[in-house]
Ligand binder design. Structure first.
Ligand SMILES: NC(=O)c1ccc[n+]([C@@H]2O[C@H](COP(=O)([O-])OP(=O)(O)OC[C@H]3O[C@@H](n4cnc5c(N)ncnc54)[C@H](O)[C@@H]3O)[C@@H](O)[C@H]2O)c1
Length: 354
């Protein structure tokens, strides 16, 4: 049997553990897996592009478990009443190939992306960072805001979105959070002014330049989340040129990240190196750092593993027979219960009758 974890189960996990604690556990799980980077079989994700968006498959495995995520990115989906990003994924046993968990990953992606952003900022932002600009106030934004508030102590947020309704929704959802001050900014430049950290989490299928060099102040850390596809960027090349840039998995980020705009030899540092102490993070208070986030399969591996463990502990998730249970593993046909008697093809098979 395979365990099916639905968005309702994820809501149950959040209700039981609390979102701050869950985000913290996700960050710890992702950090632990990034620190054993060499143990994973990694590949850049496989993307199918269309005029409307992208559909991607993201596999990764260690010696024991294999995970993949299906995820899309369709910036115009809101006009059809659908989220921009929708995802699900599988955790399987490497020894047998048996899929153990089939899980929703739409909510889980938002949480793991925010946890990864905080993991990067913990290593790269100035110690004592308290203020953040949050550009793009859509589906991911609450998770980013809360992860930075609870995880890093950000207590002032400047919000900006080209759609004022998105900002009103974010304000509404964050209204009850104690110790978090919100300011609605009039422009990107207004939001970014004086911020310790700048998070961009916009959705636009084009080479957008949300943040330009004139907005950058010494010591800023940029958490660039929304530029995650060929032809889809958020930072002007001059911002990258003036910063030290950190990525998840270089072969994927060169294609999908904001660094797609830079020459192939533009220096980037993979984050796992900073987390294992084999590369420097921030070197001085004045340095500008960029986490050029695109989302890497390992983050979903960590999140799937944690969510499966927490669901088990709370007895959440349905047991479904995704894979046939066979008395004789080589008699797959027999499971259909047809063909034994003349005319039996029309009779309901064992699977249908069950
Ligand atoms: N790096 C990762 O791991 C990762 C994970 C999940 C999502 N994403 C990306 O994050 C982005 C946001 O995802 P979402 O689910 O919140 O999408 P969403 O559609 O719910 O929200 C995007 C918001 O960006 C706003 N926006 C668009 N252009 C803007 C601009 N020029 N200035 C300011 N705001 C602008 C939109 O009005 C919208 O409110 C997407 O591009 C998605 O692909 C990245």
């Amino acid at each position: 049997m395979t365990t099916l974890i639905t968005p309702r189960d994820i809501a149950g996990i959040v209700a039981a553990h609390g979102l701050p604690a869950l985000l913290q556990r996700l960050e710890a799980a992702i950090t632990a897996d990034f620190r054993r980077w060499g143990e994973f079989d990694k590949v850049a994700r496989v993307a199918s592009h269309s005029g409307a968006g992208v559909i991607e498959l993201m596999p990764v495995a260690d010696a024991h478990r294999y995970a993949f995520k299906y995820v899309n990115g369709h910036p115009g989906n809101h006009r059809l009443g659908l989220p921009t990003v929708m995802a699900f994924g599988v955790l399987a046993d490497v020894a047998t190939g048996r899929p153990e968990v089939l899980s929703e990953l739409t909510l889980t992606t938002a949480m793991r992306t925010a946890a990864t952003s905080v993991m990067a900022a913990r290593a790269l932002a100035r110690p004592g960072a308290r203020s953040m600009a949050l550009i793009g106030n859509g589906a991911q934004s609450e998770f980013q805001a809360l992860a930075f508030h609870h995880g890093l102590g950000i207590d002032r947020l400047a919000l900006f979105d080209v759609d004022p309704a998105a900002t009103r929704k974010l304000q509404r959802n964050l209204a009850g959070v104690a110790g978090l001050k919100l300011r609605v900014a009039s422009s990107v430049a207004d939001a970014v002014r004086g911020a310790d950290i700048v998070t961009t989490v916009t959705a636009d299928k084009r080479r957008a330049t949300i943040v330009t060099p004139g907005m950058i102040e010494p010591g800023m850390h940029l958490n660039a989340v929304g530029g995650d596809c060929p032809g889809k960027t958020e930072l002007a090349p001059g911002v990258l040129a003036g910063a030290r840039v950190f990525v998840e998995y270089e072969p994927q980020s060169r294609i999908e990240g904001d660094v797609q705009q830079m020459p192939a030899d533009f220096p980037v540092t993979e984050l796992w190196r900073v987390l294992t102490g084999t590369a420097d993070g921030r070197r001085s208070a004045d340095e500008v750092t960029v986490f050029d986030s695109v989302g890497f399969a390992l983050e979903d591996f960590s999140a799937l593993s944690l969510v499966a463990e927490l669901a088990r502990g709370l007895q959440l998730g349905a047991r479904v027979d995704l894979i046939p249970a066979l008395a004789d593993p080589r008699d797959l046909y027999g499971l259909l219960g047809v063909g034994e008697r003349p005319g039996a093809e029309q009779a309901p098979g064992r699977l249908l009758a069950a």
